[in-house]
Design a protein around this ligand. Structure first.
Ligand code: UDP
Length: 236
């Protein structure tokens, strides 16, 4: 399968059409953005690491029965995936308080949450991805019925259970992560986008060292070493 035409360029990936209708190639970029793209950077080799980490995790979730857009990894920086219409909701699941949750609600950084908290954010850069509730989703017409939101919530919780246990076995704490879903040609809602240290927070279980994009957000340095460490651990 070859790249025919670039259809879309996002912050972390480029999407290309292929010879086959409905099948796309997603190329993972080295670019880094944070704070609604106010902070920009690039780290050579980051795209490859994310591509490998995300592919590994999507393969794991597919094996567990989750429906996703993922088909296969074709080389170190590109995957083959099904074309879907992305639902403009960022589904964030949190196990430990940090980031925007601590700022918004004053919950102390590092507090272990008594249950997995699922939040919806409206994927709209111009509005700064505001947090939204079920009624906002209905109002904006981004879901067809309430059952769809219940499905997203339940998928997020189930995926969290799988990933949390898996990362725990690799001596990593899954602090929080963001998922995106899309509709396939038959209208089914499937997991899409990526799962990588760009979209998740991982802390080392013993030292709480941050092994994710917070290294870029907070200028901690050694970003690639951290992403490589995540890849090494999940492959081990
Ligand atoms: N996240 C993401 N993309 C976004 C916003 C958040 O991948 O546009 C991820 C982020 O990496 C973290 C989780 O979602 O794992 C929760 O992020 P938070 O709301 O704390 O945002 P931030 O601190 O980045 O403002």
């Amino acid at each position: 399968m070859n790249k025919i035409k670039m259809l879309y360029e996002g912050k972390g990936k480029k999407l290309y059409s292929t010879e086959k209708k409905g099948i796309l190639i997603a190329e993972f970029k080295d670019d880094l953005t944070a704070f609604n793209a106010e902070k920009k950077g690039s780290e050579s080799g980051k795209g490859e690491l994310n591509c490998k980490i995300s592919s590994f995790l999507f393969e794991m979730l597919e094996k567990k029965g989750f429906k996703t857009h993922y088909i296969k990894r074709i080389d170190s920086q590109n995957i083959l995936c099904k074309q879907v219409k992305i639902i403009p909701i960022e589904v964030v699941t949190r196990n430990v308080a940090t980031g925007s949750l601590t700022k918004r609600l004053g919950i102390k950084e590092g507090t272990i949450l008594p249950f997995a908290l699922v939040e919806f954010y409206y994927k709209d850069d111009a509005l700064g991805d505001p947090i939204i509730n079920d009624d906002h989703c209905k109002l904006l017409g981004i879901i067809q019925n309430c059952e769809e939101l219940d499905f997203l919530r339940s998928q997020a919780k189930q995926i969290n259970s799988v990933l949390k246990d898996f990362f725990d076995s690799k001596n990593l704490k899954l602090i929080d992560f963001k998922l995106e879903f899309g509709r396939d040609t038959e209208g089914n809602i499937v997991l899409a986008d990526e799962i990588s240290p760009d979209s998740c927070r991982f802390w080392d279980k013993d030292t709480n060292e941050k092994l994710d994009k917070d290294r870029f957000r907070q200028d901690l340095g050694n970003l690639k070493l951290a992403y490589q460490e995540v890849l090494n651990r999940i492959m081990a």
